[in-house]
Design a protein around this ligand. Structure first.
Ligand code: ADP
Ligand code: MG
Ligand code: MG
Length: 199
C-alpha cells in the first residue's frame, strides 16, 4: 500500500532530479522554446518541497493536491498549470484515503492525465508531455518500472515529431528533430516514482 510518506518521498525525489537535470531541461527548451523549462520546474519543485515540509499533509491525496496547488502558484510557464493540474487532479481522485493500492493510484493518475489533456488540448503525437505521460499511465498497471521505461521511450519518440501545442508549435516544421522538454521532465517525474517504489 502507498501512504502519504510514499507520495511525499516521490515529490522530494522529483525535486532532487529536477535540480540535477535543470540545465538539460532548459537546454532542450532552447531550440524549440524560450529556454526556461528547467528553471521553471526548479522554482516549482523547490516550492513543493518547502510546502510539504511546512504543512505536513497526512494523506496521499492531500500531498498531491498541495504539490499541484504549489506548482500552479509558483510556475509562470505553460508547464506550471499543466503539472499542477496533473498532481491536483490525481490527488483529488485519491480522495481522503490514508493508503491507496497501486491499481487505485494508476486509476487516479489516469484521471490526472485526462485533466491535462482537457486543459491543454494536446493529443498523442503533438510533441508534448502527454507523449510521455499517457504511455506511462498505460504501463503503470504492470509495474512502476514499466511505467518508467514507457515514459522514457515516449520522451525519446518526440524527437522526430512536429510540435502542435505550446511554444514549439510556433516553429512549425523547424520543431522537428528536437526532443520535447516537457515530455523529458515527465519521464523524470515517472522515473522518480519508480525510484521511490524501489524499482
Ligand atoms: P513555456 O512554454 O510557457 O515556457 P515550459 O517551458 O515550462 O513553458 O514548458 C514547455 C513544455 O510544456 C513543452 O515542452 C510541452 O511538453 C508542454 N506543453 C506546452 N503546451 C502544452 C499543451 N497545450 N498541452 C500539453 N503540454 C504542453
Ligand atoms: Mg519554456
Ligand atoms: Mg516560458
Amino acid at each position: 500500500m502507498l501512504d502519504a510518506d510514499f507520495f511525499r518521498r516521490w515529490m522530494t525525489a522529483t525535486a532532487a532530479s529536477v535540480e540535477h537535470e535543470a540545465e538539460r531541461l532548459t537546454a532542450l527548451d532552447s531550440p524549440i522554446g524560450d529556454a526556461d523549462h528547467g528553471s521553471n520546474l526548479q522554482r516549482g519543485f523547490r516550492a513543493v518541497a518547502t510546502a510539504l515540509e511546512k504543512e505536513e499533509p497526512g494523506t496521499p491525496g492531500a500531498v498531491l493536491m498541495l504539490a499541484g496547488r504549489t506548482l500552479i502558484s509558483t510556475v509562470g510557464g505553460a508547464s506550471g498549470p499543466l503539472y499542477g493540474t496533473l498532481l491536483r487532479r490525481t490527488g483529488k481522485a485519491l480522495g481522503d484515503a490514508a493508503e491507496v493500492d497501486e491499481a487505485e493510484f494508476a486509476q487516479a493518475l489516469r484521471t490526472g492525465v485526462d485533466a491535462v489533456v482537457q486543459l491543454g488540448g494536446a493529443a498523442p503525437g503533438d510533441k508534448t508531455m502527454i507523449d510521455a505521460l499517457l504511455p506511462a499511465v498505460d504501463a503503470l498497471g504492470r509495474s512502476f518500472a514499466a511505467a518508467r521505461s514507457a515514459a522514457e521511450e515516449g520522451a525519446l519518440a518526440t524527437t522526430p515529431l512536429q510540435a502542435r501545442k505550446g511554444r514549439a508549435s510556433y516553429l512549425g516544421e523547424r520543431s522537428i528533430g528536437h526532443q520535447d522538454p516537457g515530455a523529458t521532465s515527465s519521464a523524470i517525474l515517472i522515473a522518480a516514482l519508480a525510484e521511490t517504489a524501489g524499482e
